[in-house]
Design a protein. Structure first.
Lengths: 141, 141, 141, 141
């Protein structure tokens, strides 16, 4: 099956390094988000488009598994892959060392649609998302 | 069975609020850590004591589940509870609204001991942790 | 002359410590903000009241001077003092070690009022601020 | 006179945006640091080389002036320029909108060398820095 994904490169900044000389574990939530926004942009459904469509998409679940640590100046690749979209948005992440391809961290987030006017949780993803995913899946090479 | 836990109060600062007017989901990793450090301090085994004991305790797994959002200035209680310690350190977290006791976020972290000289992962927790936990469990009311 | 100020205590969390084992210099902007919000709350003019009053107060200038570093777990006192309010909001900060009173960091921020509807910069502070400051100055012990 | 500088491009991530829908002012300290590290790398004297040379270079002064705000997804250019190096390291920063070249933020940092063994502040920059700056100034186009 065709998978929608996006990859972003980043370089570990000094202010993300903790006293153990590695990236503090909480900063990977930011790296995941950078990957997620790149994926959502491929769908033309990043944060500004979400807001225009009348839905907020809060993260309701986030899981991170740390395999290897990353160091100051290390170049990383964040890969975000769409796993589910029909009822909720489930995205999987891998953070790799750019040079070796070695996997450092993996994880996932789950987001649900909330109607911004009524505040109601949507048990089925809004049409605006379904259409964009399906268009991209059909057009995807 | 007696459970070891610690509770910390905190107030949501302006810089933790995102454009949706709620705490950005990644900041809860910090709130968990503040609770964890309070728990480890009860054990007299917070970060400085870990380092002195010759072991690093990297977080290898972190899970967060978001139930309700938190707002600027809201007073929160973070409760960190020791769940496992014999082979690894598993700590569960609850973030509650201080006024109502309503649960906002829950989660857990898993840490493993790494010998700082050899870099070797310890499959059994070092004696230094076991002794402190058992002393506290016996002395706990 | 009577000075309006507020003091807040905080404890340096692990995630604010950099690889040199001291608070990374950028985090003091957060500590200043925590002090500023406490001061603005004394004026009943913190961020939510600013928004209700129709004015945003962007920081247009921020200066920090570092005298001594702070360490993990150190208890700090942040003191924010109102220095100017008639045409702009100038607040001075001191971060001290709680135990010794030793000064670690000082600085200031300047904010200006912007009308949220027109986007226009206000060259004189809005009445809503002037009244609150004067009421507090008259009532101040 | 020849000026040593470095430029870095970055894109504003979602987690740097505050409730006013603009970059929270404190995050520019990070953007400055990303520019500074690029400049220091040109000198082959970034954080790891500093540490190897036996000197820490704490930031003792940081000034920021905000001209225009930046928004989610905006592409920025950070330019860091060496201003002084003989007795201390003074670096000036400009953050510009990449598309228009419009200046958003400017500022500076001052760092001083501290001998990591003795803890003594150096009133003259160590030879290791002087040599690298002069080599680059002579070789600079």
């Amino acid at each position: 099956m065709t998978q929608l994904f996006a990859e972003v490169e980043l370089e570990v900044p000094f202010h993300d390094i903790d006293v153990m000389d590695v990236v503090w574990h909480g900063h990977y939530v930011k790296y995941f988000e950078i990957g997620r926004c790149a994926l959502l942009r491929r769908l033309d459904y990043d944060y500004p488009q979400m807001r225009e469509s009348g839905y907020a998409w809060p993260v309701v679940d986030c899981q991170l598994r740390y395999v290897r640590s990353a160091r100051f100046g290390q170049r990383l690749v964040v890969r975000a892959t769409l796993q589910e979209y029909e009822n909720r948005l489930r995205i999987a992440y891998e953070v790799q060392d750019q040079a070796s391809g070695e996997r450092l961290t993996k994880g996932q987030t789950i987001q649900v649609a909330v109607d911004m006017r009524s505040g109601e949780l949507q048990l089925v993803s809004p049409t605006v998302l379904l259409e964009r995913v399906q268009a991209l899946l059909q057009g995807a090479p």
